[in-house]
Design a protein around this ligand. Structure first.
Ligand code: SF4
Length: 344
């Protein structure tokens, strides 16, 4: 039976927030975003089939003995301590299960992170967005921390497969879109992640519908799709992920790791075709000129025109191109490199 993720969040909060503390499985430097200090708690309001978090996701009471209950101050102190040496990114991250469960706790953490006298690190809040989309006042409350916060809003599936892939009732798909709307409305820095890269897991139709919904919801989808504010994730087949996928019949016998090319590349290809740009004779100058023409064309499109571009773009599966930009014959070298995410 599909569940109500708002109810589940309430029940989970009763378990994972106690006396101003939350249980943490780990606070350590992780190899993402050029090494980032990350705090991982337990308990989530979704049951994503591709999730690789252990059983503490579903059974937050059953935490292993090394779990530590920590106040927001203690978490921030620990994040600062572990990120002390040679960590390049300016962020620390709260992730792992759902950090928006326990609103007062999260806001206290952000308060600590914003007023501390020590060298400040910005906070990267990774969320599935359901609770933010359910309550605009929650997003409004984040405004106070905008100088010190970025949100990574992670879309777990397209509208056609949300229930199947997350276990939550289908109507809660819209809450992720509402979160996007509120984040933009209140000027909270954010970017989007979407579980859409792996071709065997996400059909063309599901992928396109998700992107169209995101584009339709956003004030200016051109920014999201062309300035590196869309991070597409792939399914990693860890042991527990395999089990979860198999249990739900979502793992094909031959799950080849073929990925879609990034959406920005698909969009660029479409514009290249429209403008009649030839890539076969690409030189450094012609690449720069072509890149400028592509970007001018996209800038000239209104929101509706850009949505039509997504509608018309081919989504290619691209198993061999690694995006090295060496051959000069693919659209990948025309895609802007100034990704905000890449700058982390
Ligand atoms: S939202 Fe994240 S932690 Fe929760 S089930 Fe989905 S992938 Fe796992």
């Amino acid at each position: 039976m599909p569940h109500n993720p708002l109810e589940l969040a309430k029940q989970t909060e009763e378990i994972v927030v106690r006396d101003g503390k939350r249980p943490y499985r780990s606070i350590s430097v992780e190899p993402f975003y050029r090494q980032i200090a990350s705090a991982r708690s337990v308990g989530c309001n979704l049951r994503c089939r591709f999730c690789w978090i252990d059983k503490t996701r579903d059974y937050p009471r059953r935490t292993p003995p090394d779990t530590r209950w920590l106040t927001p101050e203690e978490v921030y102190e620990e994040l600062m301590r572990v990120s002390n040496n040679g960590i390049m990114t300016e962020f620390v991250r709260i992730t792992g299960c759902e950090p928006t469960i326990g609103r007062e706790y999260l806001l206290s953490f952000l308060e600590v992170a914003s007023v501390t006298a020590r060298v400040r690190k910005r906070v990267l809040l990774e969320t599935n967005g359901i609770l933010l989309g359910a309550d605009e006042s929650y997003v409004k409350a984040l405004r106070r921390y905008i100088n010190n916060l970025s949100v990574r809003l992670s879309f777990k599936a397209g509208p056609t497969h949300f229930q199947q892939k997350t276990g939550a009732k289908a109507e809660y798909y819209d809450y992720q879109l509402a979160a996007l709307r509120y984040l933009e409305k209140h000027g909270i820095p954010f970017w989007i992640a979407s579980m859409t890269r792996t071709a065997w897991f996400t059909s063309l139709d599901e992928r396109r519908k998700l992107f169209l919904d995101i584009a339709d919801t956003s004030n200016d989808p051109r920014d999201l799709f062309t300035r590196g504010l869309l991070e597409e994730e792939e399914v990693d087949l860890f042991g527990i992920t395999r089990k979860r996928l198999m249990k739900k019949g979502l793992l094909p016998e031959e799950a080849s790791q073929q990925d879609y090319e990034p959406l920005s590349a698909s969009i660029t290809r479409k514009v290249v075709e429209k403008l009649g740009i030839t890539l076969e004779v690409a030189t450094q100058e012609s690449i720069l000129e072509a890149r400028q023409r592509v970007s001018d064309h996209i800038a000239s499109l209104g929101k509706d025109g850009f949505i039509r571009l997504i509608q018309d773009s081919d989504f290619k599966v691209n198993p061999s191109c690694t995006g090295c930009h060496q051959c000069g014959k693919t659209v990948r070298h025309l895609v802007e490199d100034d990704s905000e995410i890449g700058k982390l």
